[in-house]
Design a binder for this molecule. Structure first.
Ligand code: PMP
Length: 425
């Protein structure tokens, strides 16, 4: 494959390139593929790793003598809180073990802030004249749809491999009291794979904010989801915030959705002891206790925090070849052409592909025509608006390896074709 940048080629060379890509694309359409790179779901081989859960727990009474079959224990069983406190580098009393979805916990926290305000609020957020949230982009689409659901206005800040631009965040949060918080996926971010550095975390934890009850919603969904030996350690945001005099600023979330079962895992919330009390206090208005039996079987399944770490290595063995396959096809098909760049994550569930500006929607449409479903254009941006129309989120975990490779070839061909169409005009 010729690797010279497209932008430097003559009109005839471009026309020839375009014709070649059209032919390649038509061949793909004729092949009648049905492939899907849309959502970050674990593959069934990954779910199988946890099938011992299906015969657990072997007893319903936990270490502390709690009969997990009964009501009660809103904050979750102690053993599991201890295990995940160790993994998240916080204290057990700073952790709540809940139901099967951390996203639900995020919604609950926002509902509680909306109706009652946080432990450090002057009034419920619903009584503010306006509420705005900082959204680092590209980011997780469900954070944005959730925020929008409240009518909270979203303000974007750029991200790089170290997380959000701390100057842009401090500037916004420092002057406008209606800016009430920020979404952060600190480790192996969705979709960029970026890791918030200690320095960026310190800035976020210590910056002065115009709103006294500014919240960092620290969604550590991929805290343990390493793809390489180089296991990133998330910054300890709770200690940093506490040391800076803002102990109630961060609310942390995590879950075992991509550790055990996406539909039957356990979700966690972390925060100051006051935040934990605040959360369970509100939770108690509509719940008597979580599914402690599921929590207990997770305790028995993992055995210890190290059990979780070992289990994650088995996931990596399944996932890593799929990521390698995407990366090698992208390099082979798009490298050197000057029409695309992409992330090479060391963990998480996604590869973020930037195609030629102004062509992402076209690439996604072309891929659909060839039977490959990609996440909607703009989905990693608030209101679905990618200002450069260039970002595409690739989620390679769910399909079989051979399908991942085929689907990526289609994406690459579509990116080449769309870029050539644009350059030829
Ligand atoms: N946060 C992020 C950043 C995610 O990517 C996902 C899953 N796509 C979730 C949260 C959902 O987590 P849960 O299954 O615990 O609701």
């Amino acid at each position: 494959l010729e690797r010279a940048p497209l932008a430097g080629r003559s009109r005839e060379e471009l026309a020839q390139f375009l014709a070649g890509e059209k032919a390649a694309y038509d061949e793909l359409v004729a092949a009648g593929l049905v492939l899907d790179l849309t959502r970050g779901k674990p593959a069934s081989a990954q779910l199988d790793l946890s099938d011992r859960l299906l015969s657990l727990p072997t007893t319903a009474v936990d270490r502390d003598g709690v009969d997990t079959r009964n009501y009660g224990g809103l904050e979750g069983i102690k053993e599991l809180r201890e295990m995940f406190a160790e993994l998240l580098w916080i204290e057990p009393e700073q952790v709540v073990a809940g139901g099967n979805s951390s996203l639900v916990m995020m919604r609950e926290v926002l509902v509680d802030l909306w109706l009652h305000g946080g432990v450090d609020s002057e009034r419920p957020w619903s009584q503010e004249e306006s509420v705005k949230f900082i959204c680092p982009v590209p980011g997780y689409d469900r954070h944005f749809t959730l925020t929008d659901w409240f009518g909270i206005e979203m303000v974007t800040v750029p991200t790089d491999e170290n997380g959000p631009d701390p100057d842009a965040v401090a500037e916004l949060a420092g002057h406008d009291p209606s800016i009430k918080g920020i979404w952060i996926v600190p480790t192996y971010a969705n979709p960029s794979g970026s890791i918030v550095t200690q320095e960026v975390a310190e800035r976020l934890a210590s910056m002065s904010t115009a709103a006294p009850d500014f919240k960092i919603l620290w969604d550590n969904a991929y805290a343990f989801h390493h793809l390489t030996e180089e296991e990133a350690k998330s910054a300890d945001i709770l200690s940093l915030a506490s040391a800076a005099g803002h102990p109630h600023r961060p609310v942390m979330f995590a879950s075992t959705s991509k550790i055990t079962y996406a539909g039957a895992g356990v979700a966690f919330l972390g925060g100051s002891v006051e935040t934990v009390k605040w959360y369970t206090g509100h939770l108690g208005k509509g719940a008597i206790g979580p599914d402690k039996l599921n929590q207990l079987r997770h305790v028995q399944f993992f055995g210890s925090a190290d059990g979780v770490r070992d289990h994650m290595r088995r996931h990596a063995e399944i996932i890593r070849p799929k990521f390698d396959s995407v990366l090698s096809v992208l390099e082979e098909q798009l490298g050197g052409l000057g029409i695309a760049s992409w992330t090479e994550p060391t963990g998480g569930y996604f590869i973020s592909l930037d195609v030629q500006d102004g062509t992402a929607a076209r690439v996604i449409e072309l891929a659909k025509g060839a039977g490959v479903a990609l996440t909607q254009a703009g989905s990693s941006f608030p209101y679905g608006r990618d200002p450069h129309d260039r970002n595409i989120r690739l989620a390679p975990t769910f399909p079989e390896p051979a399908e991942v490779e085929k689907a990526t070839r289609v994406v690459a061909t579509c990116a080449r074709l769309a870029a050539a169409e644009q350059l030829v005009g």
